[in-house]
Design a protein around this ligand. Structure first.
Ligand code: SF4
Length: 214
């Protein structure tokens, strides 16, 4: 099957398995999603959700993050990996949003990636989950792994993988594509023991077919 048709078929089948693909991060505004996504690097969504429960109760507005003493924000985030840098980035992003974007999280890739701590992956998640827009495909560890297993890329560099995926996945599916792979990676295809026999993609996944033959 042609690679674009196979990508469309992967999306069609995974949409049936995961009808509402969204981030597992809990948030109630675009800025809270930005905070949660920045915190989630090198951390689990479950831990981030635990931390943000109290954080979002204490910090209600973007101004709160912009004006709190940095040491206090760092203390509030101290159970998260790399909290010193993450707190600095969150505070500087809040200040930039207030001074350059009239207090609103911007809605384009070029503006989002100007914010401290926001690279393409974070920007893609914010664009899709907060604004229903897609300018690319968020590439995290699950997407790196599954894209290789599915034969959609041979790269390990997220930028190259995103470029490969954007060439074969229909633009209307860019936003949901990474969520579908993340959900499938967690549910059926974890790194240690992919459950090929239960997988709805087994007949169109080169890795699954090869492993089944052995
Ligand atoms: S067939 Fe196996 S390797 Fe391929 S996506 Fe499914 S579980 Fe993962």
């Amino acid at each position: 099957m042609d690679i674009r048709k196979r990508a469309a078929e992967v999306v069609r089948r995974l949409k049936k398995s995961y009808p509402d693909p969204r981030t597992c991060l809990v948030y109630s505004s675009p800025f809270e999603l930005l905070v949660a996504t920045v915190l989630s690097a090198q951390s689990t969504d479950a831990h981030v959700n635990k931390v943000t429960t109290g954080l979002f109760r204490k910090y209600r507005k973007i101004e709160d993050y912009a004006t709190v003493p940095l040491a206090e924000l760092q203390k509030d985030l101290s159970s998260v990996n790399f909290y010193n840098n993450k707190a600095k980035n969150i505070q500087n992003a809040a200040r930039m949003i207030l001074t350059e974007f009239e207090g609103r999280v911007p809605e384009s890739m070029s503006e989002l990636t100007r914010l401290p701590g926001v690279a393409r992956k974070t920007a893609n998640i914010i664009l899709y989950d907060a604004f229903g827009k897609a300018e690319g495909i968020a590439v995290d560890t699950h997407v790196i792994r599954l894209s290789n297993l599915l034969g959609f890329t041979t790269h390990s560099d997220p930028v190259k993988i995103e470029r490969d995926l954007m060439a074969i996945v229909a633009k209307k599916d860019w936003g949901r594509f990474s969520h579908l792979l993340v959900l499938h990676g967690r549910a059926v295809c974890p790194a240690r023991r992919p459950r090929h026999e239960e997988c709805v993609l087994r007949d169109i996944c080169p890795a699954g077919s090869a492993l089944q033959r052995n």
